[in-house]
Design a binder for this molecule. Structure first.
Ligand code: SF4
Ligand code: SF4
Length: 383
């Protein structure tokens, strides 16, 4: 079923009503007696970078009203080990003043994605690039999954929505290691497609409700970027179709987002808008021009491609005036390429082992690391 609903929140009397209407448009769901895992994006304690707590809280209420048990979990990149820790740090109430901690902390279960990993590997799953990873059993063993991504651009993959939000079901630092299997935007998109193929295989891409109320676009996503109020909730039962509609609202063709193209080609979902039934508002009703990061055009350059790749390879640099010397980036680096300078205590990068995964950029709690193109230094092999 390739239905996607687009709902304008301000056309309803509240967020709960908007969410319920968006869900009813894509299907009916029997949650009675089921343990329902809600998977928001809790990347880091920054209100702009996470799924709004008022969306998560109201979905939890909807699950309870349907007779299910809501459980909220994520594996953040930095600033906390659980979704609860992130929401407690952010203290963000959303536009309606909904305080997730006061209103539902004790009404739902909060889970960690750190224990009892389920190991999966390339051989067993027939992945193309992802060698091995570890998925939280708390995710795998839930009866029903509600994936709750936030609409954000991503400097590597152009867009992070429903498909990319499953990155956070890998436990703790395993996420950083998985980055190392895709050391370019294109290869990383293949890794993401591999992971999503596992989610589909175990039948966990059940219901996806995207927070597109205050979205983040521009080149700094997924950690920081330009905020814009779209005021939308987008809902579907397949992440590929949902993301395809979401990027089309922002003005780009879904097939220009490598992950969506690969998922479509591998039969994991539909990215072709002609094959998606769009309910509620149309894309044209809500369309606006949003800025997406550009991705390498190296594939079209033939023999010049290696030079182009070396010049456009992203390398991290520290903005010292922002760095608080916390060392988080050292923990996040999958290749051990970061150390603190013994005298200044600022991070230093070992370029020879850096794979340009940009986990350090994504996870720095103070946005103190920026990705630069290697330029001429990359071409002559100095970085
Ligand atoms: S660059 Fe960021 S993560 Fe690394 S030490 Fe500085 S503030 Fe911490
Ligand atoms: S230094 Fe940063 S970009 Fe390079 S491998 Fe480590 S985390 Fe990835």
């Amino acid at each position: 079923m390739n239905r996607v609903s687009i709902i304008r929140v301000n056309e309803y009397s509240g967020i709960y009503q908007a969410i319920e209407s968006s869900i009813n448009l894509v299907g009916s769901f029997d949650l009675k007696g089921k343990r329902v895992l809600l998977k928001p994006n809790c990347l880091m304690p920054s209100k702009n970078a996470i799924t709004s707590p008022e969306i998560v809280g109201n979905i939890a209420k909807w699950v309870k009203n349907k007779g299910g048990t809501p459980i909220i979990g994520d594996s953040p990149m930095s600033g906390g080990k659980t979704a609860l820790e992130i929401y407690k740090k952010v203290k963000y109430k959303g536009k309606s003043g909904f305080d997730i901690i006061t209103e539902i902390e004790n009404e739902v279960e909060w889970t960690s994605f750190l224990e009892n990993p389920i190991l999966i590997s390339k051989e067993i799953m027939k992945f193309q690039r992802l060698e091995k990873t570890a998925i939280s059993s708390n995710f795998v063993n839930a009866d029903f999954i509600i994936n709750i991504p936030k609409w954000k651009t991503h400097f590597l993959t152009k867009f992070t929505g429903g498909v990319k939000n499953y990155w956070g079901v890998q436990i703790g630092k395993v996420k950083s290691r998985s980055h190392s299997y895709g050391n370019s935007p294109d290869k990383f998109s293949v890794v993401l497609t591999d992971l999503y193929s596992y989610i589909k295989k175990i039948n966990k891409d059940n219901l996806i409700i995207m927070d597109a109320i205050n979205i983040m676009h521009g080149t700094g996503g997924p950690s920081f970027g330009v905020m814009k109020e779209l005021g939308l909730i987008i809902t579907a039962t397949n992440s590929v179709s949902l993301d395809s509609v979401a990027v089309s609202i922002g003005g780009i063709n879904p097939f220009n987002v490598p992950t969506l193209k690969y998922c479509h080609q591998r039969g994991l979902g539909i990215a072709d808008l002609n094959q998606i039934e769009i309910l509620g508002n149309s894309i044209n009703d809500v369309k606006c021009k949003l800025n997406f990061p550009t991705i390498t055009i190296g594939d079209t350059l033939g023999l010049l491609q290696p030079l182009y790749s070396r010049a456009t390879r992203k390398i991290p640099r520290v903005k010292r005036y922002k760095c608080i010397k916390c060392g988080t980036c050292i923990d996040l680096c999958p290749t051990g390429s970061i150390s603190l300078n013994k005298i200044t205590q600022y991070p230093e990068f070992r370029r020879s082992t850096c794979i340009s995964c940009l986990c350090c950029v994504e996870g720095c709690p103070n946005h103190a690391i920026k990705a630069h193109s290697a330029g001429i230094y990359g071409i002559i092999g100095l970085v």
